[in-house]
Design a protein. Sequence first.
Length: 161
Amino acid sequence: MPPAMSPDFSQISGSEDWQTTWQVRAAATYRWGALIPVDQTRALEREAEGREREAGERLEQLKRRIAISVNAEYSRLVTACLTIRSQKDNVSTAEEGLRIARESYRAGVIKNSELLSAELARTNARAGYINAINAYYGSLAELKREVGSDDDSIIMEDVRK
């Protein structure tokens, strides 16, 4: 098209007179506040993310503490069980010692004080056995509290198999 000629836009505009000036308008919106570090919406979002991360860390820490606590209580229960077995052997040994001391006393081989010492040893062995049983049930109750269940089958699963 030659430079002096202008195109005919009368069919589009509906008028034979065509305007020689043009106007083009464009609009764009952008939330400039997102680029500013003090943007309240972004700050709230970062704060919420931080709280979520912190809550996750606290949950993991709580899980670790619970696991440590349950393991410690279970170890105390096992120790109490082994102590019961040991004290039961001590009672058997003390009763055998008392039996021998009685026979020796009847035969006149030992004095009355030695017989009384044997009886005291048996009494101490029985007291140790009773204390071991008490410690066992205390440990069992603590473990049940830590686990959150009164069901013995959960705790004693290994023993019953």
